[in-house]
Design a protein. Structure first.
Length: 312
């Protein structure tokens, strides 16, 4: 009996070791939420990019290198969204597996001739910007702003976790199935909500050009004073062109962006004599305790904010 009592702790701790969570690092808050939702308690996920930090200007820290070095799996958005990632991999001497969540999505590119205005309408083409300095064919990295693409992300994350941890594959499949069902129902809800808005009125202006995939899915035209990678600074003439467009076409959807400088958008709205329509989450999630604190919550918040502004 005494031998059995001595053996039980060994068996117990051995069992714990056998189900030690998979150590996962993610490159942004959207991928973090999807990975945690699919991985559940079988993974421990660390996000390098915290809420409210601009991914386009982020500089990795020594603690990021340590987190990456200790990870078995790193899941990033890809498409150039984490432009700092390759340097970090080299610094960390990372030997695990890198997963590109966006692999397989239908990639939209930023065209050198007209990548500030998208999807169906042409109001920006004659008014807004000279894009000759921008490279043609650069991938727009904001694919997560399409739920169709979000489903691809979920499938890629599910498969990557299943490969890294075959014993958890059934759980990952079940969690991913539930998540994908929620993404599809959210997409249907958004389409139903936007159905009441005439396509001629589906014009919105945002801080930077991050809603091209969203525009494709819901037949919007998106105009922005900054490119998708926020690598431009609008001239006074470009700002004036947007102001003229707003006045001529009665554009109601002029939005601020969470955790970004509001100065240019507020200037445009002020000069056009219109109110801003609220704040959108274009590069990632909102605070954990907010309605936009999850991927689905972020998307629903953006849809509701846009709908409210265009129907007021």
């Amino acid at each position: 009996m005494r031998c059995l009592s001595l053996l039980l702790p060994i068996l117990f701790f051995g069992a714990l070791a056998a189900v030690e969570p998979l150590n996962v690092v993610t490159g942004n808050t959207v991928v973090q939420d999807l990975a945690q939702r699919i991985g559940g308690e079988r993974i421990v996920a660390t996000c390098l990019l915290q809420v409210g930090i601009d991914p386009h200007t982020y500089q990795p820290t020594p603690s990021d290198a340590k987190s990456l070095a200790d990870a078995q799996l790193c899941i990033i958005n890809g498409l150039g969204f984490e432009g700092w990632f390759e340097g970090l991999v080299a610094d960390a001497d990372f030997r695990g597996t890198v997963v590109i969540a966006s692999a397989g999505v239908e990639v939209l590119t930023m065209d050198a001739e007209d990548h500030h205005g998208h999807a169906g309408a042409d109001p920006a083409h004659d008014h807004a910007h000279d894009h000759a300095h921008d490279p043609a064919g650069v991938a727009d990295p904001h694919a997560f702003n399409s739920l169709t693409c979000g489903i691809v992300y979920a499938e890629n994350i599910r498969d990557a976790l299943s490969t890294a941890d075959p014993e958890g594959a059934a759980l990952y499949r079940a969690n991913a199935t539930a998540l994908i069902s929620e993404l599809r129902s959210t997409d249907a809800w958004a389409k139903q909500l936007f159905a009441s808005i005439p396509k001629s009125q589906r014009i919105i202006i945002t801080n930077h050009d991050a809603l091209q995939y969203f525009a494709r899915d819901y037949a919007f035209t998106i105009l922005a004073p900054n490119t998708a990678l926020e690598d431009s600074e609008p001239s006074p003439q470009q700002v004036a062109a947007l102001v003229t467009l707003i006045r001529e076409q009665g554009v109601a959807g002029i939005f601020l962006e969470y955790a970004k400088n509001h100065a240019v958008i507020e200037q445009i709205a002020r000069e056009a004599g219109v109110a801003t329509g609220g704040e959108l989450y274009l590069d990632g999630l909102g605070p954990a305790d907010s309605a936009a604190g999850t991927y689905v919550g972020m998307f629903r918040t953006n849809v509701q904010t846009i709908h409210t502004a265009l129907t007021r």
